[in-house]
Design a protein. Structure first.
Length: 135
């Protein structure tokens, strides 16, 4: 019953053991960007949202975390998806996000977020413009 389904992302950081674990249930992937690496790795099993199927096994992602590593979460959903001339699919949004992330990879965190937001906002506007009705 999809009416009672909900998404959940659960990230645990264990600094004493320098490890992390992530469970995504119908939510976005986790991106791991090790220090001094220019391309993040997508780390998420494709679990379904909670409440859809009563007997399902959820997969968990685990990994090592070093000083300087970054873990990044993003929903890959644009606010206007499906409302404009061309819908933005999750694959298109993910590709655009990854491109924006790579362009901003060496910026400080807040500047990185701002740069990614600006780029992905342009993507959203590009796909959400609808022709005006003539009067």
């Amino acid at each position: 019953h999809r009416e009672s389904a909900f998404t959940l992302g659960f990230l645990t950081l264990n600094s004493a053991e320098e490890k992390f674990s992530y469970i995504s249930c119908g939510y976005s992937p986790l991106w791991h960007l090790p220090a001094n690496v220019s391309s993040p790795r997508r780390l998420s099993p494709e679990n379904i949202a909670l409440g859809i199927t009563p007997h399902v096994t959820m997969m968990e992602v685990e990994g090592n975390l070093a000083i300087g590593d970054r873990l990044i979460l993003h929903t890959f959903q644009t606010g206007q998806a499906g409302k404009g001339n061309l819908p933005v699919t999750s694959e298109e949004a993910e590709k655009e996000f990854l491109e924006a992330l790579k362009e901003a990879i060496y910026l400080p965190t807040q500047q990185q977020v701002d740069a990614i937001f600006r780029k992905t906002s342009r993507i959203d506007r590009r796909y959400s413009t609808t022709p005006k009705a003539s009067r």
